[in-house]
Design a protein around this ligand. Structure first.
Ligand code: GDP
Length: 301
């Protein structure tokens, strides 16, 4: 079956619904409308700074009579929103000759980290790449089991030890296995505990250290998974994880359904970290390479 379009997936988001309700063909372009759009951006988690940037641009364009119709307003909004995401639109490139290409996945519990790893593995396997998974979230038994079950269903090897095992040791073993089997890609899960910043830093530093013993360049990508429904808390999580490890890419999940949809703009403006993928649903093909045009287009009426 055909994968759902971005518009279908994002239609339920607060941003798409409220912009669609506000901007209709006959809507007069006036200060009230602009105020309503600003409120709608703020309510949808776009964040104060990013919303102000968008509104300044729209107000200038209205003042100089460059926007006199709803259609022109949508076009200006589209151009501005896309331009704000330009700097973070950079797909993950794994054709760099690293073998295995090591992806370390980090993020707090419940954001969709395990699901994302499964979807990614499947995507790479579909591209005829050999993938090995490391069940490095040893803190939760359920996380190890979930990854193992997923690996069995999809015939992707999963290197795991029991709950409570040392995460760095599991990832080290998996890296050795990936090297000896000449796998193309290793995706390592990590424990999503954020309750002590020091613990998180120590753990991730140790993982990097042991990987570095086997390949000085590893990890080649540190993917931070963020739940798109958590609003400004997402900004806090990126800040916390960035203190512990050099995050090189973001995955923003759960943008389908009733997500607010605006947090990507806040993240882009605040951090400039590439958004590699977005989660638009629970199925395998719902993990999409981030595409700013498709994303913004789906939010606008
Ligand atoms: P983890 O604790 O971070 O490993 O989270 P899980 O991978 O177990 O995911 C938590 C829940 O979020 C599961 O029910 C997933 O199916 C769901 N989930 C993950 N990604 C998405 C997404 O993009 N959209 C939706 N709607 N649900 C998602």
């Amino acid at each position: 079956s055909r994968p759902a379009s971005w518009r279908e997936r994002l239609a339920g988001s607060a941003l798409a619904r409220s912009l669609g309700g506000l901007i209709r063909r006959e809507t007069p372009i006036d200060a009230n409308l602009l105020d309503d759009i600003e409120t709608c951006l703020l309510t949808a988690d776009v964040g104060v700074a990013a919303s102000e940037e968008v509104m300044a641009e729209l107000r200038r364009a209205v003042d100089r009579k460059a926007i006199t119709s709803a259609a022109a307003l949508v076009e200006h909004l589209r151009a501005k929103l896309v331009s704000m995401l330009q700097g973070v639109s950079s797909p993950l490139n794994i054709e760099s000759g690293q073998k295995p290409f090591v992806i370390l996945t980090v993020g707090v519990n419940g954001v969709g980290k395990t699901t994302t790893i499964g979807k990614l593995a499947r995507r790479f396997a579909d591209e005829r790449k050999s993938v090995i998974l490391a069940a490095g979230d040893t803190f939760r038994a359920a996380a190890v089991e979930q990854l193992q079950q997923w690996g069995e269903r999809n015939q992707v090897p999963v290197i795991a030890q029991g709950q409570g095992a040392d995460s760095a040791a599991v990832i080290f073993n998996a890296m050795q296995a990936a090297q000896s089997r000449q796998a193309d890609i290793l995706i390592a899960d990590t424990a999503g505990r954020l309750h002590t910043q020091a613990g998180l830093m120590d753990e991730l530093a140790k993982v990097k250290r042991v990987l570095g013993k086997l390949d000085a360049g590893a990890p080649h990508e540190v993917l931070l998974v963020i739940d798109g429904t958590t609003g400004q808390n997402a900004v806090h999580q990126v800040r916390q994880f960035s203190k512990a490890v050099a995050v090189t890419g973001l995955v923003v999940t759960k943008l389908d359904g009733s997500a607010k949809g605006g947090v990507i703009f806040a993240l882009a403006r605040e951090f400039g970290i590439p958004i590699r993928f977005v989660g638009l649903g629970e199925k395998v093909h719902d993990l999409r390479s981030f595409d700013a045009d498709a994303f913004v287009g789906a939010l606008l009426p």
